[in-house]
Design a protein around this ligand. Structure first.
Ligand SMILES: *Cc1c(COP(=O)(O)O)cnc(C)c1O
Length: 405
């Protein structure tokens, strides 16, 4: 992965891919320019062995193309498209594959920005959203769709697993089976998975039959809280459509973002593994703490429960995101957050430094309170993104902050 897709001989022998900080590329001949555009605009099929030539950085750029090739390796995808944010990756996919009259089935809760786009923007262009809860059986999901009255218009199932911030998990294979049941002829119901929480290391949705994988690359992929980016991975056929819309929306990432993410990818596995091993220690400690009521962590799923079977099949690690209910409510949660010394009080996740936040008043403040309670996002809930620090320091900080509660 670390050297994949890059030829030093094309860049003065530089061992690392340079930043191609350029807006446009010089064609050797007019004929070459014509051929590049024919492929870029889909005027003819790409010939065997014909590579898409470099034209203009809204269409392609070496820092993006090499990054996209490398991201494909992690998920076993045919192709990838990188975006200037996770939200632009998600919204571009929804806009490309949904049309007026379509029904979108999605898991609840999803990321706040995604939830807003699905429930406040898509209905304006005649797309109907329908949410389902983690824990619903395949039959319950099917009757939910059947009861809505226009089940033939189901076009996509969009899921986020584990759900943020409660760490409830959804069975991807079961959603793929539901999608297949509502597909007809050449109209395939697509399954898209936001894999930001566990990917690209610990969950591989394409292997479970999903069609599209989405990322906020701002999180684990970037991993240093210094860049906003997103990615979509899928078959060549699907990514061709995604890239065409990206060309005209102009929401691709720039070369500097591509370079930063290539650099981040080299340490992705060591970072994530350290974060997960720290999270296991932190979760174990929280479970024993008298001021902590409940811990929500994949490592705490009880063996032989239905969720455990999904966990074993779908994940290779319990991950590094955990949430817990503090005994009390907002007052106690805030006392804890305000007294952290090393762990940063901030939203976002997946970075080298540990981050803590209060979902009910921050990331999930936009959700109606009754709805929020139902999903288990109580005033006592704290979300922790465990970083790469020494786990003893993380536990020390949690303990001293809990003293103030
Ligand atoms: C952060 C996040 C997003 C949005 O990504 P941005 O890079 O902030 O645009 C989408 N989904 C999940 C699960 C996220 O955590």
């Amino acid at each position: 992965m670390m050297s994949y897709g890059y030829k030093p001989s094309l860049s003065e022998g530089a061992i690392k891919c340079p930043v191609f900080q350029t807006s446009t590329f010089v064609f050797k001949t007019a004929e070459e320019g014509k051929a590049f555009f024919e492929v870029a605009y889909g005027l003819r099929e790409q010939r065997a062995n014909e590579e898409m030539g470099l034209i203009y950085s809204r269409l392609n750029n070496p820092d993006l193309e090499i990054l996209e090739d490398r991201l494909c390796l992690w998920d076993g995808a045919e192709e990838c498209a990188v975006f200037e944010s996770g939200m632009s990756a998600i919204t571009t996919v929804l806009l490309e594959f949904l049309k007026p009259g379509d029904l979108l089935l999605y898991s609840m809760p999803v990321y706040g920005g995604t939830d807003h786009f699905i429930n406040h923007f898509l209905p304006k262009i005649g797309i109907h959203p329908l949410g389902f809860r983690p824990g619903m059986t395949e039959n319950e999901i099917r009757s939910l769709v059947d009861n809505i009255g226009h089940k033939d218009s189901l076009a996509m199932i969009y899921i986020e697993t584990p759900a943020n911030p409660t760490n409830t998990i959804i069975d991807i294979e079961s959603c793929v089976r539901v999608a297949a049941q509502y597909s007809q002829g050449d109209k395939k119901v697509l399954t898209a998975v936001d894999n930001t929480y566990m990917g690209p290391l610990w969950q591989h949705p394409l292997r479970h039959g999903a069609d599209i994988v989405l990322y906020s690359a701002t999180k684990y992929i970037g991993g240093h809280s210094d860049v906003i980016a997103g990615a979509v991975l899928s078959s060549s056929e699907i990514i061709k459509r995604v890239k065409t819309l990206r060309t005209f929306l102009g929401n691709m990432a720039g070369p500097w973002t591509g370079w930063l993410l290539m650099r981040s990818l080299e340490t992705l596995k060591v970072r994530m593994e350290q974060q997960a091993s720290n999270a296991v220690m932190v979760a174990d400690h929280l479970l024993e703490h008298p001021k902590v009521d409940k811990v929500y962590y994949l490592g705490c799923i009880r063996p032989h429960s239905p969720a455990y079977e999904i966990y074993q099949r779908q994940y290779t690690s319990p991950g590094a995101m955990l949430s817990f209910d503090i005994r009390g409510g907002e007052k106690e949660a805030f006392a804890f957050l305000n007294n952290l010394k090393m762990i940063k009080l901030a939203v976002s996740l997946g970075s080298t430094e540990s981050l803590a936040e209060h979902p009910a008043s921050m990331t999930h403040a936009g959700i109606e309170p009754s709805h929020r309670e139902e999903m288990g996002i109580r005033d006592s809930l704290i979300r922790l993104s465990v970083g790469v620090e020494n786990y003893r320091d993380i536990i020390w900080d949690i303990d001293q902050a809990l003293e103030y509660v």
